[in-house]
Design a protein around this ligand. Structure first.
Ligand code: FMN
Length: 200
C-alpha cells in the first residue's frame, strides 16, 4: 500500500469491524514492531502496550468505556459520528483485540507543559504508526480516549501501576468488513500560515 493511501484512508472504524474474524497476537505484534520505530522524547522509548484479548477483561474494560461514553455523549447533538461512537461503546467487548497504549510516568500538578507535551507526544506517534501498519494488513482501528475517565479502575483491573504509568489511549482492532475513502477534512491551506499567525 502506498503511504499516501494509508494516510488518507486510515479512519476511525467503529461499525465496519468483522466481529467474527479473530485477530492473532502475531499480527498485532507485527504492527507493534513497526510502531516502535516512531520517535520518543529524548529517545526514551518509554511507551508500553497492553494487548487485551481475554473476554472477561475486554468485557470489564467495555463496561467502564460504556459508562464514560454515555456521560460524554449525553449532550452531544445527533450526528453519524456520535451514532457510530455509541455503536462502538455498545459492542466494544466484541472487537477481537483492545490495545491499551501507555507511557511511563505520571503528570504532577506542577508539571511544565513542555514535559506534558513530551509525554503524550512520545506515545501518539507510535499509536498512529500502529494504526497505519494495521491498515496495511486489513485491520481496522479507532483511536479512543473516553475510557480515561476510569483510568485508575482500568489500571487496577490490568495490574498497571497507576502512579508510575499513564494510559494514553485504547485502540480496538479487528479485520475491516469494508474500507472507507479518504476522510473529509478542512483544506490544509485554511489552517496554515507562514511566518505569522493568521487570525480568523
Ligand atoms: C485524541 C483523540 C481522542 C479520541 N477519542 C475517541 C473516543 O473516545 N471514542 C471514539 O469513538 N472516537 C474517538 N476518537 C476518534 C475521532 O472521533 C475520529 O478520529 C474523528 O471523528 C475522525 O474520524 P475519521 O478519521 O473516520 O474521519 C478520538 C480521536 C482522537 C485523535
Amino acid at each position: 500500500m502506498l503511504i499516501d493511501e494509508a494516510l488518507t484512508t486510515t479512519r476511525a472504524v467503529r461499525r465496519g469491524v468483522d466481529l467474527r474474524r479473530p485477530v492473532t497476537r502475531d499480527v498485532i505484534e507485527q504492527c507493534l514492531r513497526l510502531a516502535v520505530h516512531a520517535p520518543t522524547g529524548g529517545g526514551r522509548q518509554d511507551w508500553r502496550f497492553v494487548g487485551i484479548d481475554d473476554p472477561g477483561l475486554k468485557h470489564a474494560v467495555a463496561e467502564y468505556y460504556r459508562s464514560a461514553s454515555a456521560a460524554h455523549l449525553k449532550h452531544a447533538p445527533p450526528s453519524t459520528d456520535v451514532e457510530s461512537a455509541r455503536y462502538l461503546a455498545q459492542n466494544l467487548e466484541r472487537i477481537p483485540v483492545l490495545l491499551l497504549a501507555c507511557i511511563l510516568g505520571r503528570q504532577s500538578p506542577s508539571e511544565h507543559p513542555a514535559r506534558t507535551a513530551s509525554r503524550y507526544g512520545s506515545l501518539y506517534p507510535a499509536v498512529w504508526s500502529f494504526m497505519l501498519a494495521a491498515r496495511a494488513r486489513g485491520l481496522a482501528t479507532a483511536f479512543t480516549t473516553v475510557h480515561l475517565a476510569y483510568e485508575r479502575e482500568i489500571a487496577d483491573l490490568l495490574g498497571i501501576p497507576y502512579d508510575q504509568v499513564t494510559q494514553g489511549c485504547l485502540v480496538p482492532v479487528g479485520y475491516a468488513k469494508r474500507w472507507f475513502g479518504a476522510a473529509g477534512r478542512r483544506p490544509a491551506a485554511d489552517v496554515t500560515s507562514w511566518n505569522h499567525w493568521r487570525h480568523g
